[in-house]
Design a protein around this ligand. Structure first.
Ligand code: DGL
Length: 268
């Protein structure tokens, strides 16, 4: 941990989806400073190779380190799946990903020991969520389903359109048959589809939001290590992107629940 507890929490994602994690951090830790980096020039990561995802993730951490951060949150599920061990080896500050917190919550939540996981193709192919769940409880049966069309649908703002519901029905049909009682939303964008996913899966299925779970872990870690911000200054919330910020600022409202007018470009 950086020795300055008044430094910011650094968060990165492949683009703007990680703002769902920022939203939860703001709710739980309103006094903390946050610096967010969205790699909008290279999004999506969900279709890229392991090597590229690791290289991009390392570069993203290096950018955040220039902005006085005390820890890093990897908001992107795809980065968390592939890059977390390498990042922890390469950098000396604490780095949290979203896979473990989401998997833990799912294992605690399921009653019938049948858990579903939906995510990008890369995250599903990594097998990381399944491995983590099995590590926590080998008796849990996990069914994984990649849902690559969800990210573009969410970025289009089509949260409740018929086409989105139809796509969800197709993706989730086989998963529903396995009678999961818990479904992990293993992608930054999926919390925005909660109403439609609830309808398609049925009210009895609990949706686990990895963004909420990682925010809880960040709070615990900061309290436990006494690294929470003590200065009561107005919190600094900085938003950096690798491509031009206009599109990011426009869509941010949907992810964050509030507008961002001052996103800046940061170089790689
Ligand atoms: N942020 C990515 C994730 O959570 C979704 C978008 C992408 O494919 O880059 O997996």
């Amino acid at each position: 941990m950086s020795n300055n507890r008044n430094y910011a929490i650094g968060v990165f994602d492949s683009g703007l989806g990680g703002l769902t994690v920022v939203k939860e951090l703001l709710r739980l830790l309103p006094n903390e400073d946050i610096v967010y980096f969205g790699d909008t020039a290279r999004v999506p990561y969900g279709t890229k190779s392991k090597e590229s995802i690791i290289r991009f993730s390392k570069e993203n951490v290096s950018i955040l380190l220039k902005h006085k951060v005390k820890m890093i949150v990897v908001a992107c599920n795809t980065s968390s799946s592939f890059a977390l061990p390498v990042l922890r080896e390469s950098f000396s500050l604490p780095i949290l990903g979203v896979i473990k917190p989401g998997a833990k919550k799912a294992v605690e939540t399921t009653r019938n020991r049948r858990v579903g996981i939906i995510a990008t193709s890369a995250t599903i192919n990594s097998g990381e969520y399944v491995r983590e769940i099995k590590r926590l409880n080998p008796a849990v049966k996990v069914t994984a389903q990649a849902c690559p069309l969800f990210v573009p649908l969410v970025e289009e703002g089509w949260f409740e359109k018929d086409v989105t519901r139809d796509v969800a029905r197709q993706y989730l049909a086989a998963l529903k048959k396995t009678q999961v009682d818990t479904l992990i939303l293993g992608c930054t964008h999926y919390p925005l589809l909660k109403p439609i996913l609830k309808k398609v899966m049925g009210q009895g299925v609990m949706l686990v939001d990895s963004a909420q779970e990682v925010a809880r872990e960040v709070k615990q870690l900061l309290e436990y290590t006494r690294q929470n911000k003590v200065v009561k200054s107005r919190p600094r919330h900085e938003f950096l992107v690798s491509d031009e910020p206009k599109h990011f600022s426009k869509l941010a409202q949907k992810f964050l629940g509030r507008a961002i007018h001052d996103a800046k470009r940061a170089g790689i």
